[in-house]
Design a protein around this ligand. Structure first.
Ligand SMILES: CC(=O)N[C@H]1[C@@H](OP(=O)(O)OP(=O)(O)OC[C@H]2O[C@@H](n3ccc(=O)[nH]c3=O)[C@H](O)[C@@H]2O)O[C@H](CO)[C@@H](O)[C@@H]1O
Ligand SMILES: C=C(OP(=O)(O)O)C(=O)O
Length: 439
């Protein structure tokens, strides 16, 4: 059996219930934050995804014990014996995810040095980390580029500083938070990212004893403290996974109840979902998403930083837009190369044209720089099953949605990548009545 290929027999609406657990874009960061504590931490609602397994391995390499807690999805992290790790062992995790770079601040605080391997993450743009290293230098870190990664030291310790990010980068904001909380003095971070996962990380750090404020102009101020304790925290739900299943319901004319989905973090998505013609109902335990019948509406969509339309929602929604009547306009302003996945959709019968121009009013760094970062989606189109090779995490799930909506059977190759951010997605597909099988 080839466990990296999935056969998807399309044409059946997804119907039923699934559960989402803690957010892929918070849980690994909260695990890294435990490194900063002088006492054990307890993290709940942890999903079984690859990004969590990567960080668990990296923490254990550095002497942190990570064990399962009493309740399902609970981790207990004990940082009392943090130690240097063997570079070759760290390197084994090179290319696995974005998270290793967030070890810089905590390891500099705990050990006075850090080695960071090459990063992974979705291939949706250059994914530079210049902002990260700029802010670390401002704190006092000395960074040496080596063949297999970056070696950092803090010869004079880490001191608070005044930072303005060139762009509200999520990872760079997290880099500042995880470094500033134990740095000497006050740090001011202007033009910070304020995604819900950032706010949840601030809650984690505050529980540990950090002093962090967020101003109305997205300026975050951190007053360094001498010591942090442990935390007990239940991670916020994964709004990205929840939206992905909602788009599957829309594209296949189905109905999915997502246990654990939270309206608060999904308000912008819910507005767009409703404009396209989807229906949803919120209750205390989750959200039901369904296609009410009749035509879907084409829309104009621009991705942006929070509270704008989250870029990670874009790819699954584009598949649903192939089923909408009329011309939809999509302007991807966060990543320069996040529309490449549409080529395979066109081969299935979609009609999506990409443009270098900014097709929208949101200020964008990619206009006139030769990036195909806008799209016009003409629909509705009938999709035919085909051979699909997964390019990235959200593009991969989007291909599953397209295969579910298509006539005939699709072979989806490289499905292992989807485990990075979607817990037990094959079981969930089966729970929703999807006709999938391993060849
Ligand atoms: C593990 C995780 O949390 N991943 C999320 C995180 O990625 P990540 O933290 O990598 O995304 P950023 O917010 O940093 O990136 C946004 C933009 O800033 C640019 N940039 C970023 C850093 C830098 O040093 N230099 C630079 O130019 C990027 O190229 C990109 O164009 O936020 C993204 C934006 O919400 C999400 O799509 C990802 O799911
Ligand atoms: C881009 C994403 O993840 P990462 O930053 O981990 O590549 C994503 O979750 O859509």
């Amino acid at each position: 059996m080839n466990d990296d290929v999935l056969l998807v027999h399309g044409g059946t609406p997804v119907e039923g219930e699934i559960r989402v657990r803690g957010a892929k874009n918070l849980v690994p960061k909260a695990m890294v934050a435990a490194l900063l504590g002088s006492a054990p931490s307890r993290l709940r609602n942890v999903p079984e995804i690859r990004d969590v397994r990567v960080v668990r391995g990296l923490l254990q390499l550095h002497g942190v014990t990570v064990r399962s807690g009493e309740e399902p999805g609970e981790l207990v992290l004990d940082p009392s014996r943090v130690e240097s790790a063997n570079v070759a062992d760290i390197d084994a995790h090179a290319g696995s995810s974005r998270i290793p770079i967030l070890f810089c601040g905590p390891l500099l605080h705990r050990l006075g040095h850090a080695f960071i391997p090459g990063l992974g993450g979705c291939d949706i743009g250059g994914r530079p980390v210049d902002f990260h290293f700029d802010v670390l230098r401002q704190f006092g870190a000395v960074i040496e580029k080596r063949a297999d990664g970056q070696y950092l030291e803090a010869p004079r310790g880490l001191r608070g500083c005044k930072i303005r990010l060139p762009y509200p980068s999520v990872g760079s904001t997290e880099q500042v938070l995880l470094t500033a909380v134990l740095a000497e003095g006050v740090t001011e971070l202007a033009n910070a990212a304020v995604e819900p996962e950032i706010e949840d990380l601030i809650c984690v750090l505050q529980k540990m004893g950090a002093i962090i404020s967020m101003d109305t102009d997205r300026t975050i101020r951190i007053t360094g403290v001498d010591k942090l304790g442990g935390y007990t925290h239940r991670a916020l739900p994964d709004r990205l996974e929840a939206a992905s299943w909602a788009c599957a319901a829309l594209a296949t004319k189905g109905s999915v109840y997502v246990h654990g989905a939270s309206q608060r973090e999904m308000m912008t998505f819910l507005n767009v979902f409703r404009k396209v013609g989807g229906e949803f109902e919120v209750d205390d335990a989750g959200i039901r998403f369904w296609h009410p019948g009749g035509p879907l509406n084409a829309i104009a969509l621009e991705t942006d930083v929070h509270p704008g339309f989250q870029t990670d929602w874009q790819q699954p929604l584009v598949v649903a837009l192939t089923q909408a009547s009329g011309l939809s306009i999509v302007h991807e302003t966060v990543y320069e190369s996040r529309l490449g996945f549409t080529e395979a959709l066109n081969q299935m019968g979609a009609r999506i044209q990409l443009y270098r121009e900014c097709l929208g009013g949101t200020p964008c760094r990619f206009g006139q720089r030769n990036f195909l970062h806008s799209a016009v989606v003409s629909g509705p189109t009938t999709l035919q099953g085909g051979d699909l090779v997964i390019p990235d995490l959200r593009g991969g799930f989007s291909y599953l949605i397209a295969a579910l909506a298509a006539e005939g059977t699709s072979r989806v190759h490289g499905i292992g990548l989807i485990n990075r951010g979607y817990e037990n997605f094959i079981e969930k597909l089966e729970d929703l009545g999807a006709k999938v099988e391993r060849p």
